[in-house]
Design a protein around this ligand. Structure first.
Ligand code: ADP
Ligand code: ZN
Length: 216
């Protein structure tokens, strides 16, 4: 199964993807996460992507397409793949169609998480994650049960994303509106697009996604 999660920065794609991995045993491919680890490792790709990501713009299509196609090939035996943060441009959406066709795969669902922009700023400015296991948290909405200790792995090390600053966030939102939102009609014409209210509580959003997957 190929599932695409679409939505503005902060819509909750990463959070929902993590839950889907647990529930359905799917593999999550997040281009944002991949790029952050490229930056961390100081690879050639990471060096090219670093400044672009810090400014909140999109990394060039050719780099992204190359990076993700390698991973999709590696995961071709998986139960299913969740694409989180990809595609983000029409060019990427077209390249994905070609990649999948070559592997005899198809997109089962494209799920759009719809959110309100002002609330997104609040969501993103409070988020952080566990440095050791990557578990995502939010100061207000989903803090660890014991302050300062990761629920999942008990680590006490947490990190914040450097691109969650207000200025970069504005750029990320405009990149979404000007480039990524354009692919919504592409998928709605294909008949595989479902929109879900991403402002609802996390559990409700998750239930709605499950309904789409289970075909209810
Ligand atoms: P979010 O969706 O919360 O903004 P991501 O973690 O998905 O964050 O992505 C972080 C940054 O990585 C983006 O702002 C962009 O610079 C880059 N990026 C991630 N995925 C893509 C993509 N498919 N195409 C271009 N740039 C990307
Ligand atoms: Zn942890």
């Amino acid at each position: 199964m190929i599932l695409i999660l679409l939505g503005a920065p902060g819509a909750g794609k990463g959070t929902q993807a993590e839950r889907l991995v647990t529930e359905y045993g799917l593999v999550q491919l997040s281009t944002g996460e991949m790029l952050r680890s490229e930056v961390k490792s100081g690879s050639e790709l990471g060096q090219k992507a670093k400044e672009i990501m810090e400014s909140g713009q999109l990394v060039p299509d050719d780099l992204i397409i190359k990076m993700i196609s390698v991973r999709i090939s590696q995961e071709s035996d998986a139960e299913g793949i969740i694409l989180d943060g990809f595609p983000r441009t029409t060019e990427q959406a077209k390249a994905l169609d070609i990649m999948l066709k070559e592997k005899d795969l198809r997109i089962n669902h494209v799920i759009q998480l719809e959110v309100n922009e002002e609330e997104i700023v609040e969501r993103l400015s409070g988020r952080f994650s566990c440095t050791d296991c990557g578990m995502g948290y939010h100061e207000k909405f989903s803090a660890p049960a014991n302050k300062g200790i990761c629920d999942k792995c008990k680590s006490t090390n947490f990190t914040r994303r450097s691109d969650d600053s207000p200025k970069t966030l504005r750029n990320r939102l405009s990149a979404y509106k000007e480039q990524t939102a354009l692919i919504l009609p592409y998928y709605s014409t294909k008949g595989c697009l479902k929109s879900i209210d991403g402002m609802a509580e996390m559990d409700i959003v998750f239930d709605e996604i499950k309904k789409v997957i289970d075909g209810d």
